[in-house]
Structures are given as C-alpha cells and as structure tokens.
Design a protein around this ligand. Structure first.
Ligand code: TUI
Length: 314
C-alpha cells in the first residue's frame, strides 16, 4: 500500500490532494474526495468569506474526515478568508499565487497545518522557515496560474531544498504520474484537472465535455503581459484574449476582458466569453467517475509501477 509521511501528518488514507480550483472546488467536491481517503480542498478563489464559510459547513455536513481550504492570495478577500479558516477550525490551509507569511502566526496558533504552493526553490526555503507543514511544488503543466518551471524540474529541486514533505502538482492525472512524482522525491500528489471529471464536480456540462474531448495541444497560456500567466483550454475566448494581449489593448481593458470569465466558463459553459482553466494533462482525462474512485484508482495504478521499478536494474 502506497503510504507516506503526509498520510500520517494529515490523517488521510491516500497521499492524494484535490487542487483548490476557483469556482469549482466547492464543499461537495472536497467532501467527496476526503470521504474517498484523499484530501479534499475547498477553493476560496476570488470569493468573499461568507461563501467560504458556507462551503466549509457543507463539507462538514458530508464528511467527518479532514478537509482543506485553498486561499488564493491575490484575492481581495484573502484577509477575511484567512480569519474564517481559523474560526471554522479547518485542518489544512493551502495557499496559491503568492507569499502567505503574514498569516502564518495566526494559522499556526490555531493548529492549522499550512501547505503553501511554491513555484520556486527560494519560496520553498522561505515557507520551511516560517513553519509550513509541507509544500506543494506545482509545475507549469498545471491549469490556472502558472509558474516558470515544469514539474519534472521543480519537484526534485524543492525536495533537495527542504526537509518537509513535498506534494507534486502539475501534469499528474493517473498512476504513472503519481509513480513519477514519488520517483522525483515527492510524498504525495495534487491533481486538479483529473477531478474536473468527477461526478461530484458540478461544473457546467459544456466544461466537462471540453475536458473529456481535449487533446494534447488543447491548452495555452495567456495573461503573461499583466504578470499573471494562466493556462486554459484553447477556446475562442482564449484566442481572442491572446490577440488583444499582443495586439496592443491597454492594461485596463485587458483586465476587464478577463474579469468574470472563469465564473462564466464554470457556471454558464460560455465558449465565447468563458475562461476554461485546464492543465496540459486534460487529454488523458477521458471518463467521468466518482471522486473516491479517482483517488483510489491513481494509487492502485501507481503501486505496481513503483514495485516494478527494480526491473530496470541488473
Ligand atoms: O494559484 C494557483 N492557480 C490558480 S489561482 C487561480 S484564480 C485566478 N483567476 C484568474 C486569474 C488569475 C488567477 C487560478 N489558478 N496555483 C498555485 C500557484 N502558486 N502556482 C504558482 C504559484 C505561486 C507563484 C508565485 C506561488 C508563490 C509565488 O510566490 C511569488 C512571490 O514571491 O510572492
């Protein structure tokens, strides 16, 4: 059975996190993943504190297992959400798109395990110093906000830079990816795109269809010019945005073009005005299934691969 320090640290059966995808990872999806033995994570995204509190309570009503909340640090509501996770006694907080140092004192005092996403060695070292319990090393194959480095390059360097358990993310959607992550030194994985196909993931059917039909070159990165590169499906909207970005549209109008686009994809399936965030691995996500099956399946696929690795050595 594939187990690691992260399982004991968090009291979970399988070393599998479900990524905190904005507007997507709600209390229902997170509870299904946690019930299935992984770590379900509610995404705060750009939502206000009351939304996050409600989703935490929904998750609590569906599972007694630990759940996490992901705080997107660029959100205007990050400060208030940082308080809600303390009030609601969330077991685990993950952070993304920034440096969570200013919240660490309050979270650690509340016995919250803090697991920041890092996209560089320097950030991994800093998070180790300020009291993180583990770090998530997310490579640029991921969907949404992306860093510069790939998972293959980032994960081993982060493992060398910290004694904390490292969770690999970006480009992982099956047992081969899980096995590869462990080979690189990770003690767990986080998957986002794979969970878009979960029955409990309540995105618009058009979004799900796009993910299930995606092929290898179906994603692209936009938003670099404004300093927030984001990976999404290569839809009409993404092409239009890219054209505007490189065609000289001013920053304000470009910002306005992106505002609300993620919500329009998730809730309305709007091809022309929606921003369908997705990782590069979407091409390998081909079936709908319960979230708990995803968690178990990727681990059951990884085990024989890791057991059989010695066949390469004479
Ligand atoms: O946060 C993510 N992925 C996201 S957030 C998001 S919401 C959004 N919507 C529209 C536009 C922009 C964002 C969608 N996807 N992943 C975690 C992640 N964090 N990836 C990279 C980083 C990161 C980058 C820089 C973490 C720390 C960091 O530190 C910079 C610094 O020094 O402050």
């Amino acid at each position: 059975m594939l187990k690691s320090a992260i399982c004991d640290l968090l009291g979970i059966k399988y070393p599998v996190f479900q990524g905190g995808m904005a507007w997507i990872a709600d209390g229902k999806l997170a509870a299904a993943v946690s019930e299935g033995g992984g770590l379900g994570i509610i995404a705060a995204g750009n939502a206000p504190a009351d939304y996050v509190r409600k989703e935490i309570r929904t998750a609590r009503s569906l599972t007694s297992k630990p759940v996490g909340v992901n705080i997107m640090l660029m959100s205007p509501y990050a400060d208030e959400v940082a308080k809600v996770v303390v009030e609601e006694k969330v077991e685990v907080v993950t952070t993304g798109a920034g440096n969570p140092s200013k919240y660490m004192k309050d979270w650690l005092a509340a016995d919250i395990k803090v697991i920041p996403v890092v996209a560089s060695v320097a950030m991994a070292k800093l998070m180790t110093r300020v009291g993180a319990s583990a770090v998530i090393a997310e490579g640029g194959e991921s969907g949404g906000h992306v860093g510069e480095l790939t998972t293959m390059v980032l994960v081993p360097q982060v493992c060398d830079a910290t004694d904390l358990p490292v969770i690999a993310a970006g480009g992982i959607a099956d047992g081969r990816g899980v096995a590869a992550a462990f080979m690189l030194g990770a003690q767990g994985v986080q998957m986002g795109t794979r969970f878009l196909s979960a029955y409990e993931c309540t995105i618009h059917p058009e979004y799900k269809k796009k993910i299930l039909k995606a092929t290898d070159l179906c994603t692209m990165v936009t938003g670099k010019r404004l300093g927030h590169p984001v990976r999404s499906l290569r839809t009409q909207f993404a092409r239009d945005y890219s054209k505007a970005e490189y065609g000289g549209m001013n920053d304000e109008d470009l910002e306005a073009l992106g505002t609300g686009a993620l919500r329009r994809a998730v809730q309305e399936g709007d091809n022309e005005h929606g921003y369908f965030l997705s990782g590069q691995i979407a091409a390998m996500v081909n079936k709908e299934q319960p979230a708990a099956d995803i968690v178990r399946e990727v681990i059951e696929e990884a085990e024989p691969i890791l057991m059989g690795a010695s066949r390469w050595v004479e």
